[in-house]
Design a protein around this ligand. Structure first.
Ligand SMILES: Cc1cc2nc3c(=O)[nH]c(=O)nc-3n(C[C@H](O)[C@H](O)[C@H](O)COP(=O)(O)O)c2cc1C
Length: 211
């Protein structure tokens, strides 16, 4: 059972319902889904129920996109690719931290191999900087749609970006031509082991009202 709700005991029964989603789909309205979705860092290795990832990717293709450019591309990684991406993950961590001890290396390998699905989301590169910026926004909306669709079915996810997603080796392994597409992020997908609850700046501090 995820230990998640450590920081949010009042939501315990709700998350308990989510945890049972192997067997039943929790019913959440849209607002509940987007208020409770959290970035998941710790996953169970259980496979996803049939169809859940496809529904999420269908939702991604419904994201708003100016001029209907449909700028998103999705690369679903099979086990051999995942093994190669894991090696890139270990190498990137070494670059950052220097030599890794066995425990640190094992933890990176677990992080990369445990979630049952890993999807690279890339953006088709447009030569026009304005279009490129708008397309990035559209791809970001698509990723959010993936995350919310999954969460509405009780499945956790994480959008990650950085050393591994930027690595030329990653583009090579995924067969993505960096002159044609830019990787916007990886989306890690699986049942949550822990659901964190990071604080948010209260709405009152980020809102202004004009006359
Ligand atoms: C563009 C972008 C890149 C992100 N990259 C990472 C990442 O590399 N690693 C990570 O743990 N989370 C990453 N996140 C997730 C954020 O850390 C997360 O959304 C934030 O901590 C708030 O948590 P929440 O999603 O649970 O509300 C990324 C989010 C965005 C929008």
């Amino acid at each position: 059972m995820p230990s998640a709700t450590r920081n949010a005991p009042e939501r315990g029964s709700f998350f308990n319902a989510l945890r049972l989603s192997h067997t039943r789909t929790p019913s959440m309205n849209t607002h509940q889904t987007l208020m409770t979705r959290r970035t998941i860092h710790d996953y169970k290795s259980d496979p996803l129920p049939e169809g859940v990832l496809e529904r999420a990717l269908q939702a991604a293709t419904r994201a708003p996109n100016h001029k209907l450019t449909n700028p998103w591309r999705f690369t679903l990684m099979g086990p051999q690719t995942r093994a190669r991406i894991t090696e890139i993950g270990v190498a990137e961590k070494r670059k950052k931290r220097g030599e890794l001890n066995d425990t640190a290396e094992a933890s990176i390998r677990t992080k990369f191999s445990r979630p049952p699905e890993l999807v690279a989301v890339s953006q088709v590169i447009d030569a026009d900087p304005h279009r490129r910026r708008e397309d990035y926004a559209a791809v970001a909306c698509a990723i959010q749609n993936i995350q919310l669709s999954l969460w509405s079915e009780g499945i956790g996810s994480k959008w990650s970006s950085g050393g591994v997603t930027n690595s030329p080796e990653t583009y090579n392994v995924l067969g993505i031509d960096p002159s044609m597409e830019e990787i916007v992020g990886f989306v890690w997908v699986g049942f949550a082991d822990v659901v964190p609850d990071p604080p948010r700046t209260p709405l009152a501090e980020v809102i202004r009202t004009t006359a």
